[in-house]
Design a protein around this ligand. Structure first.
Ligand SMILES: [Zn+2]
Length: 254
């Protein structure tokens, strides 16, 4: 058991993914030396983040997993089509990204199926059913486990969380440095970075540039991460067939 630190449920005792991470690569689907990238909460066209990120991945010939949110898919279906056509993995991240602690299995199933309908509409596939899922905030409650089991989903967890949602364009380098160091130290791992922000941008430019909701730094940061880790000899793989994950030394919060 762990403690959720999401605003609004601070101190709530929950079953979090961190409790079921493993310290070895056994069961992760990743071999030592392999890195898998996942991007959460998109697609996002503020500052053209997700299309620019797709450009970067294409330039480096890297396939990633995109944990996409139904409400965002409805706004930017063409970006989801591009993800799919480019060979990236689409991962259901629910319709409206509600915190799982506030949901029962019925509402979770509704959220997952509504997201599937948006993906299906974007791809032009009737009765689309996701194969992969990640719970909002990475929180795995008993209801989440039941919903995943009922729908036969593969739960994509992670081995490294860099707290990238706590930084913006003014201070992201510390998180990127730690992510690179962590991957080198652990010889790979499953990483998450947020290309999406579910909050509206600030009105004043000064506020926006200091906002953690401003994800404009992500594409260039990912380009640097890929370049440095490839130079280090690590191999980038698509994050499929992964049902659990290991926990490496967590990077410090910025
Ligand atoms: Zn999320």
């Amino acid at each position: 058991m762990g403690f959720c630190n999401i605003e609004g449920c601070r101190g709530t005792r929950v079953l979090s993914l961190f409790t079921i991470m493993r310290r070895t690569t056994r069961g992760t689907g990743l071999q030592p030396g392999q890195v898998a990238l996942t991007f959460d909460d998109g697609p996002n066209l503020e500052a053209n983040v997700t299309p620019d990120l797709l450009d970067v991945l294409h330039q480096h010939s890297v396939k990633a997993g995109f944990c996409i949110v139904g409400q965002q898919i409805a706004r930017y279906p063409d970006v989801v089509r591009r993800m799919s056509h480019s060979g990236h993995l689409l991962i259901n991240h629910t319709q409206s990204h509600q915190h799982p602690i506030r949901q029962n299995v019925v509402t979770l199933l509704d959220e997952i199926e509504a997201c599937d309908r948006e993906i299906g509409a974007a791809l032009g596939i009737e009765d689309y059913r996701s194969e992969y899922f990640r719970a909002p905030f990475g929180i795995v409650t008993i209801a989440v486990r039941r919903a995943v089991r009922q729908l036969g989903l593969k739960h994509v967890l992670l081995s490294h969380y860099g707290w990238d949602t706590r930084v913006g364009p003014h201070n992201f380098n510390s998180v990127v440095d730690l992510l690179i160091a962590n991957a080198k130290k652990n010889q790979g791992g499953m990483f998450v970075v947020h290309d999406g922000s579910l909050c509206p941008p600030k009105i004043r430019e000064e506020d926006w540039n200091r906002s953690t909701e401003n994800r404009s730094w992500v594409p260039a940061a990912i380009s640097r991460i890929i370049r440095e880790l490839k130079q280090h000899g690590l191999q980038f793989v698509i994050p499929g067939n992964i049902s659990t994950a290991r926990r490496a030394r967590p990077v410090a919060a910025a």
